[in-house]
Design a protein around this ligand. Sequence first.
Ligand code: XMP
Ligand code: MG
Length: 180
Amino acid sequence: MNDDIERVLYSQTDIADACARLGKQLSGDYEGKVPVVLSVLSGAVFFTTDVMRQMNTYTQLDFIDVSSYHGGTKSSGEVQLVTDISRDVSGRDVLIIEDIVDTGRTLKFIIDLLKDRHAKSVKVCTLLDKPTGRVLEAKADYVGFVVPNEFVVGYGLDYKGEYRNLPYVGVLKPKIYMDK
Ligand code: XMP
Ligand code: MG
C-alpha cells in the first residue's frame, strides 16, 4: 500500500502536532460548554478521535454520514444524507469535525442541516483545507493544514474506500487512478 504513494504530505508527527495545537485552541474556546462533536463519516473518524483526546472539556460524540464522491476522485456535485445524527441538536453547540473541505458542498449541506434544526452554534474543525477546490462558500474555523490541489489519501481519507488506514496523509501516484 505504501508503494502507491507518490509523496508524504503530512507525517504522523505533523498530524499529532496539529491535533495538539487544535485541541488546545478548542479547549479554550469551549470551556464551560458541552459541545456535540459531530464527526463526518467515514473519513473524519481518525482525526476526530485524536483531536477529541486533546480537548480538555466535556463533549458528546455523534456521527453523520453524507456522500458526494461515490468512491472516486471527483465530487458528484450532489450531497446525500446517508446516516443522520442520533441526537437533537437544537440549542446545542455543535463542532463539526471533517477530514477535508474541498468543494465545500459537504460542509454547506451539514451546516444548513444543523441551522435548520436550530443548533445554538456551529463551528468547523477540519484536518485539511483545500481552498483551491472551493465551489461554494464554506469556511472552516479550525484548520490543521492547507493542502495543494491534489487528491490526497491516508489518515481517514480514501480512494475507492481504501488507504484510510495509512498513518500519514499523502498524494496517490497518478497511475493508481488509471489502473484501478
Ligand atoms: P467537498 O468537496 O464536499 O468534500 O468539500 C468533502 C468530502 O469529500 C471527500 N474528499 C476527499 N477525499 N481525498 C479524499 O480522500 C481528497 O482529496 C478529497 N477531497 C474531498 C472527503 O470525504 C470530504 O469529507
Ligand atoms: Mg468526508
